[in-house]
Write a protein that binds this ligand. Structure first.
Ligand code: NAD
Length: 544
């Protein structure tokens, strides 16, 4: 790998080991202490523009979704002028940043990984638990481990991209350099994963680009910790600028700026489609064709063949549908279960759900916490109410909700006779799963249904002990999921192991946590050098 005076190799990436937080462990004790400390103060969170902390008069309160009476602090709401400033600062920072040797960029992000693995681990996990209502384990696999993995693996992939070079024929030398994009990139991030929120700006910056980052309002607490980490790791001012404005305010300034070079988005399908349309309408304004990368919604499935172990199926549903209250883009939300095994799956699933505890994040016995905000709570409640009225639909578990102290929705299982019923098709994004029981002899017909029911194609799984059934599902569902699982739940993709993303209305499938994604943030330049150039225009065939 070329630098001025050496070909460097980055450390081989490895997935961060997940801590268990088992009772009596030191890690549990330390995390509990951090949770207490962070609840005993009120934070005042600034935007970060050109490395400066920017406070405004409009302070928006940050509450814990599971404990609404407790205010964690506030963030400074910005306006259009802050987005304009963020773009200006990004463009000022650009030249020095893109000319920095790659190994120094790599070192900054590798250091960020180590900071999260060590001194910031409890803080980032606690911020994610308190602000986004994740239990300790869900926070650990997201805010700590996945974020660390993104940083370490992306540095490795960056060097792989740089290393790939064209062949050269005798007398010439062909070289390829991976230029950062001209202009700035907009990172627009969702509430549900701290790691995604951190990856979208950092992966782009790693490739030498400058970024304006707008997180979801409900993820700002952990975004603030990430920004502290980036700064401590040595990220220069202006490379990533963090603004807290509404989506439309950001969009208005950014999508009409001539230097807009790309968007790295994760969030809902409707928002992404609107953004794409706006970019299309404004295309003549831009200096380059903007890169549009978006990972969006899902309606993820589990298909259980008649040969499946009912306990494996029930466990896949319990974890796949309800962990983090079903607020994962990959969460199982429609299940197709063979009639012959349904009674046993049902029995075990109901036992599991009866054993779930729901409540605050600081009680480690709680498997289920709150949904993110009132809007989401109300939307889920209305789907549940509708299901109670629909014919051919039965709620066999949950169905209650209460927002008096926190946004709590009971894990809910709907059984439907109609595979096209609304909760089999639409993304609900909460702890609600719908089950359709199919006749064992209608397996292939059911696979067709799975493929055709939803506009999404993010994740899905087949559970079976019959290899023919697995092969049939793998083929018939080729385009129904960008991440397909065999005998597993459809959630829990690990960076470096299962690059993540879906097709159809689920996104551009640029596979976060892989080389494919990083390729979108560079614009290659090919240089051909001829050592002894020709001195006569005539080719031999012209000779008499
Ligand atoms: P969201 O679409 O509501 O918000 C995402 C971001 O867009 C936020 O920062 C939000 O403020 C901003 N935004 C909202 N409206 C906007 C507008 N009109 N203009 C510009 N910006 C706007 O999504 P969310 O609720 O934060 O996250 C949940 C969604 O994300 C789900 O649909 C889920 O499936 C999806 N998701 C997908 C993946 C994936 O990899 N495919 C991963 C995580 C989440």
């Amino acid at each position: 790998m070329a630098s001025s005076f050496g070909f460097f190799q980055v450390p081989s990436p490895e997935n961060e080991t997940v801590r268990s937080y088992a009772p009596g462990s030191k890690e549990r004790e330390e995390l509990s202490l951090t949770l207490q400390q962070m609840q005993s103060v009120k934070v005042k969170i600034p935007m970060v523009i050109g490395g400066r902390e920017v406070f405004t008069d409009e302070q928006v309160r940050i509450r814990q979704p599971h404990k609404l009476s407790h205010i964690l602090g506030s963030f400074s709401r910005g306006q259009e002028k802050h987005v304009e400033e963020a773009i200006k600062e990004a463009l000022i920072a650009k030249e020095a940043w893109e000319n920095m040797h790659w190994e120094n960029r790599a070192a900054i992000f590798l250091k960020a990984a180590e900071l999260i693995a060590g001194p910031y681990r409890n803080k980032i996990n606690a911020a994610t638990m308190l602000g986004q209502s994740k239990n300790a384990y869900q926070a650990e696999i997201d805010a700590a481990c996945e974020m660390i993995d993104f940083l370490r693996y992306n540095v490795h992939y960056m060097t792989e991209i740089y290393r790939e070079q064209p062949v050269s024929s005798p007398g010439t030398w062909n070289r390829m350099e991976q230029r950062p994009l001209e202009g700035f990139v907009f990172a627009l991030t969702p509430f549900n994963f701290t790691a995604i929120a951190g990856n979208l700006p950092s992966s782009v910056a790693m490739m030498g680009n400058v970024v304006v980052w707008k997180p979801a309002d409900t993820q700002i607490y952990s975004a603030h910790v990430l920004m502290e980490v980036f700064r401590e790791a040595g990220l220069p001012p202006g490379v990533i600028n963090l603004v807290f404005v509404s989506g439309p305010v950001a969009g208005k300034v950014i999508f009409s700026h001539p230097d807009f070079a790309g968007i790295h988005f994760t969030g809902s399908t409707g928002v992404f489609q609107q953004i794409w349309k706006t970019i299309g309408e404004n295309i003549q304004l831009y200096r380059s064709y903007p890169r549009i990368v978006g990972e969006t919604g899902g309606k993820d499935f589990i298909v259980a063949h008649g040969s499946a172990d009912p306990i494996v199926v029930a466990t896949a549903i319990s974890r796949g549908a309800f962990e983090f209250q079903g607020q994962k883009c990959s969460a199982a939300s429609r299940c197709y279960i063979a009639e012959s095994i349904w009674p046993q799956v049902r029995e075990r699933l109901l036992q599991d759900i009866a054993a779930f505890q729901m409540g605050h994040v600081d009680d480690f016995g709680n498997f289920i916490n709150a949904v993110i905000d009132e809007k989401s709570f109300d939307k889920l409640a209305s789907y549940i109410d509708q299901a109670k009225q629909d014919s051919g639909v039965e709620i066999i578990a949950g169905g209650n909700y209460d927002k008096s102290t926190g946004y709590f929705i009971e894990p809910t299982v709907i059984v439907t006779m109609n595979p096209a019923s609304v909760t089999m098709c639409e993304e609900l994004f909460g702890p609600v799963v719908t089950i359709y029981v199919y006749p064992d002899d209608a397996y292939e017909k059911t696979l067709k249904l799975v493929d055709g029911t939803s506009v999404y194609a993010l994740t899905g799984s087949i559970i079976s002990r019959d290899r023919y059934a697995i092969e049939t599902a793998t083929e018939m569902l080729r385009h129904a999921a960008g991440n397909f699982y065999v005998n597993d739940k459809p959630t829990g993709a690990v960076v470096g192991q299962q690059p993540f993303g879906g097709a159809r209305s689920s996104g551009t499938n640029d596979k976060a946590g892989s080389k494919l994604n990083l390729m979108r943030w560079v614009s290659p330049r090919v240089i051909k050098e001829t050592f002894v150039p020709p001195r006569d225009f005539r080719y031999p065939f012209l000779d008499k």
